[in-house]
Design a protein around this ligand. Structure first.
Ligand code: SER
Length: 340
């Protein structure tokens, strides 16, 4: 294995924790960025932790001194948070990404090789006008229904194009060779479910929130209807998707952005599985009209055949395995240690 220097933004976030562990256990050197300091255990895994805002030039400069081979740019304001403050969402999601694309370009030029830029895009880039259409359309392909209904979805779809632009077209009128310094690749994540962290400010949060509340014997008001349906994925599969896409040979890739799927339960399917493990779970469905409308605009599932064909994507966890093998053992340990 060649040891790489990897820049990880949003290291303290939902995906960041698991990805940081995965990358460092694989022997790579990680420079982490987050608004909040990392736990002592996570900090100890990193080459350096830069605590600060991705919009801050000092933060960019501090990261730029490293000869970075790969960037996982996870920092973002999720869909519900961005709907509540669209301008802030735009700044963090678009300007933040632009900052790191520019950084990748400068580092790539300095070290004379392409920096791989791994981007977590989202099912929020899709926008389906009505529930009837959603049911009729079923699984969406990458280039279908790209009419996002949230600031977050608009930002992420635009970022996908920015990534392509910086990889293939940036400064194409200049005399010097300017392209080839960034190799931008992304997956469109479904809702992610982690045993260790609960997301903040997302609209797919009802699934992880329901599960973590039940494990702590806390009541939970689910903010979508029982029939609400979008794709979900267990966090280990999500992290593996990013690292496998990063490792795929460029010549096998036919696109820069890939759908990835795993399972597509309704909220009531999740409720049923939760109740098997936590029969006393106190969960009530109290839909919030606006958050429900966002979920209704996202597809019920995705067609991920391009990822399967090009780089061998295959999820290991379906809904049942996610619960039995991943969530239950880890979540029970997590909350029982809190009770000690
Ligand atoms: N999980 C994200 C959100 O709910 C969607 O990808 O905002």
């Amino acid at each position: 294995m060649i040891k790489k220097t990897i820049l990880l933004t949003g290291a303290n976030g939902e995906i960041g924790h698991t990805l940081l562990e995965e990358l460092t256990y694989s022997g790579h050197s990680v420079v982490a960025i987050d608004l909040q300091p990392l736990s002592k255990e996570h900090e100890a895994l990193c080459e350096e932790v830069i605590v600060g805002n991705i919009l801050d030039e000092d933060v960019i400069r501090a990261a730029e001194k490293y000869d970075i081979n790969e960037i996982y740019h996870l920092a973002a304001l999720l869909s519900t948070s961005s709907e509540r403050n669209p301008e802030l969402g735009h700044r963090v999601n678009v300007e933040g990404t632009l900052n790191f694309l520019q950084l990748a370009y400068r580092v790539g030029k300095r070290i004379g090789e392409a920096v791989k830029f791994l981007f977590p895009s989202t099912i929020a880039v899709f926008g389906i006008p009505s529930l009837e259409d959603k049911i009729r359309i079923g699984k969406v392909k990458e280039d279908d229904c790209l009419m996002p209904m949230t600031m977050y979805g608009v930002n992420k779809l635009y970022n996908e194009h920015l990534g392509r632009y910086y990889s293939e077209l940036y400064k194409r009128l200049s005399i010097e060779k300017e392209t080839g310094y960034i190799d931008f690749r992304g997956v469109r994540f479904p809702g992610l479910i982690s045993a260790f962290t609960v997301p903040t400010g997302g609209t797919s949060d009802y699934a992880p929130e329901m599960i973590h509340a039940a494990a702590q014997h806390k009541p939970y008001n689910c903010f979508v209807r029982p029939d609400a349906q979008i794709p979900f994925m267990a966090m280990p599969d999500g992290v593996r998707a990013l690292t496998e896409l990063a490792a795929a040979p460029a010549e096998s890739l036919t696109r820069r952005i890939y759908n990835i799927g795993a399972f597509a339960p309704t909220a009531s399917d999740i409720f049923d599985v939760v109740r098997v493990s936590f029969p006393d779970a106190n969960i009530v469905f109290k839909p919030d009209v606006n958050r429900q409308a966002i979920i209704d605009s996202w597809p019920s599932d995705v067609d991920d055949s391009a990822a399967r064909n090009d780089w061998g994507w295959e999820p290991k966890y379906d809904l049942e395995r996610t619960f039995v093998e991943y969530l239950l053992p880890n979540i029970t340990r997590l909350y029982s240690s809190y009770e000690l």
